[in-house]
Design a protein. Structure first.
Length: 346
């Protein structure tokens, strides 16, 4: 007589998702998820209820795939939670809003340790806590046996607080272009990690846990920003989206960019010198810092943290991005950047 097949493979860790089960995982994750100030009904029911005092809700979603957006041998579970939240919170801020709640979808192999998922939950919670936001719901499923691993989908809800949403399509010729946050740090950190190193710590940390200037988004809206976007794929790439949606040319000032993004002797220069590259390549094309790019009327008083880095010009032949008056492609070539930014499906 053959013996019954064991329900749990012996290779599974004792606290794996398969051993603990779906509801056990959910209970452990929720214990670390925090509480959203705007949640009238939080996790535990079929759906959450989140108050929207403004009467409108800002909604955005980002998907992170293991091996493409993060690696578990490079980043801790907490790092990945921070990064997943940051990508969404920055998009909400770019509309001039503040995040109120997150909903998270997770697909993972059954042998994933629940302690790792608890770490992700802690990272999500810590990134959201300063805004009074938290995870209010979501779903967990087993990923296919032949899949790449973990897939994390985060949806953020935001509150405009009575403001008009700041879209990408409002830039007008004669206005100024300004930046809040830093550029190139995540790309420099990625370059370091790809070569098997973990220092300078500052740039590696920037890749693992971006530091978007969340408060700068609503502040820019209050100051009269006419257009705004999150720089997630690269400055030239995302400025290009804003330029095309507005029907204008975004002309970036290389000297102003260098002054805003490159310290006299800073981490970017140190890494660039060690690797023999131009740090402006990371500034112009590096993604995942989640800085904010916006246009303002020429006489606007910029809020704290915003720096002028260019001007909005009439489109001429067609909308697009220029650097120092030249086509962006020429400037990218000069600094050794292979492309304007991250290319999805590329």
């Amino acid at each position: 007589m053959s013996r019954p097949r064991p329900l749990v493979p012996r290779s599974d860790p004792a606290d794996s998702v398969r051993v603990v089960g779906e509801f056990g995982v959910i209970a452990r994750v929720l214990a670390r998820s925090g509480t959203a100030a705007a949640a009238e009904v939080g996790p535990g029911d079929d759906a959450a209820v989140v108050r929207a005092a403004d009467g409108r809700v800002v909604v955005t979603t980002d998907v992170l795939v293991e091996g493409r957006h993060f690696r578990r041998d490079w980043s801790s579970a907490e790092d990945i939670g921070h990064k997943a939240a940051a990508a969404n919170l920055a998009d909400v801020a770019a509309m001039g809003a503040t995040t109120t709640a997150l909903v998270v979808g997770l697909a993972c192999p059954p042998d994933t340790p629940t302690s790792w998922l608890e770490g992700v939950a802690s990272g999500l919670a810590d990134e959201c806590a300063p805004m009074g936001a938290a995870v209010v719901g979501g779903d967990t499923v087993a990923s296919a046996p032949d899949s790449a691993g973990v897939v994390l989908s985060v949806t953020a809800l935001g509150d405009l607080g009575g403001r008009a949403p700041v879209r990408r399509s409002g830039a007008r010729a004669g206005q100024i272009v300004a930046l809040a946050g830093r550029l190139g740090w995540s790309a420099a950190g990625l370059a370091v990690l790809r070569r098997g190193f973990s220092s300078p710590v500052a740039v590696v940390a920037a890749h693992r846990r971006p530091s978007p200037p969340y408060a700068a988004g609503p502040a820019a809206a209050d100051a009269g920003a006419s257009a705004m976007c999150d720089v997630s794929d690269g400055l030239v790439a995302d400025a290009g989206h804003l330029a095309r949606d507005s029907g204008v040319v975004i002309d970036l000032d290389p000297a102003a960019l260098a002054a805003a993004c490159l310290e006299p002797v800073g981490p970017l220069q140190q890494v660039a010198s060690a690797l023999g590259v131009d740090p402006m390549a990371w500034v112009l094309s590096g993604g995942e810092d989640h800085a904010l790019l916006a246009t303002f009327p020429p006489k606007a008083v910029l809020p704290h943290g915003w720096t002028v880095i260019g001007a909005v010009r009439a489109p001429g032949r067609e909308p697009g991005v220029r650097v120092g008056g030249r086509p962006a492609a020429e400037a990218l070539h000069d600094v050794g950047a292979e492309r304007a930014g991250h290319v999805h499906f590329g």
